[in-house]
Design a protein around this ligand. Structure first.
Ligand code: PBG
Ligand code: ZN
Length: 298
């Protein structure tokens, strides 16, 4: 019950393709996603996070496919809700980087990511997901003010019960490398103008408190293992649930080291997950969940 499992949803049919940079994690089309989630539910994994990966041809400057009511995430949500009802918790990633031609999480003007125009599009994306049945929307873009804008647009449209899990303290990290391969979302340049500076711990608390003021229901620290101190700090500051994201780089390092026989996978995964809980995470987004339960590591 402490684990959230990410899925990378692609267009088409019949796809369950292993992502080369993330051993054991797949690109999955909606038809096969229903089976993937069914298997996870049988293991006890109830909470799921969805990243949409549109076809290359659908990408444009403003990420139009992100607000398409027949986009890949919206279709996935409808299919899953129909199949599983309230047995599952459906969480969606709200961000433009997989949908924009330039790979940035917001709009790009004259080579600069512009905050406010991006926020409007992100709120529309969240509404699209809420309409399609998301229980929780989770903005990972790191624009200022997006939590408030999302909350307002959801409420105006009657989605007062859709929750917001905010990526509050998201650092500009090298640990996202495998994910950017998976989502084909490596930006032109970097994300340092909107993601946080790893040298700054206090800003994590500042950003978290802002997100709560704007209406976040849960807050997140990301990555997890290199930021356990931040998880603890945030845990000690807030009363809402704290979530951490055990990101792709953290996952793939462990997987590849285990494959090479350098570490014992069961023990290292257990130790890492326990460390995240000990640091203060109520919930952990991790790619290890399926293995951990299947193999009885936890
Ligand atoms: C993009 C996003 C990223 C992740 C989740 N959402 C990568 C980034 O900011 O470049 C990282 C997840 C992972 O590495 O597992 N908004
Ligand atoms: Zn993004």
């Amino acid at each position: 019950r402490h684990l959230i499992t990410p899925h990378f949803v692609v267009e088409g049919e019949g796809h369950v393709d292993e992502i080369p940079s993330m051993p054991g994690v797949t690109h999955v089309s909606v038809d096969k996603l229903v089976e993937e989630v069914a298997a996870d539910v049988a293991l006890g994994l109830k909470s799921h996070l969805f990243f949409g990966i549109p076809d290359e041809s659908a990408k444009d400057h403003v990420g139009s496919a992100a607000v398409d009511e027949n986009g890949v995430v919206a279709r996935a949500l409808r299919a899953l809700r129909e199949r599983f009802g309230d047995e599952v918790v459906l969480i969606t990633d709200v961000c433009l980087c997989a949908y924009t031609s330039h790979g940035h999480c917001g709009f790009l003007e004259d080579g600069v990511v512009v905050n406010d125009a991006s926020v409007e599009q992100l709120a529309k994306m969240a509404l699209t997901h809420a309409k399609a049945g998301a229980d929780i929307v989770s903005p990972s873009d790191m624009m200022d003010g997006r939590v408030g804008a999302i909350r307002e647009l959801l409420d105006e449209n009657g989605f007062t019960n859709t929750s917001i899990l905010a990526y509050s303290a998201k650092y500009a990290s090298a640990y996202y490398g495998p994910f950017r391969d998976a989502c084909d979302s490596a930006p032109q340049g970097d994300r340092k103008s909107y993601q946080m500076d790893p040298r700054n711990g206090r800003e994590a608390v500042f950003e978290t408190l802002l997100d709560l003021q704007e209406g976040a229901d849960m807050v997140m620290v990301k990555p997890a293992l290199a930021y356990l101190d931040i998880i603890r700090r945030v845990r000690d500051e807030v009363l809402c649930p704290v979530v951490c994201y055990n990101v792709s780089g953290e996952y793939s390092l462990v997987k590849n080291a285990a494959k090479a026989g350098l570490v014992d996978e069961a023990n290292i995964v257990r130790e890492n997950l326990l460390a995240m809980r000990r640091a203060g995470s109520d919930l952990i987004i991790t790619y290890h969940g399926r293995d951990a339960l299947q193999q009885g590591w936890i």
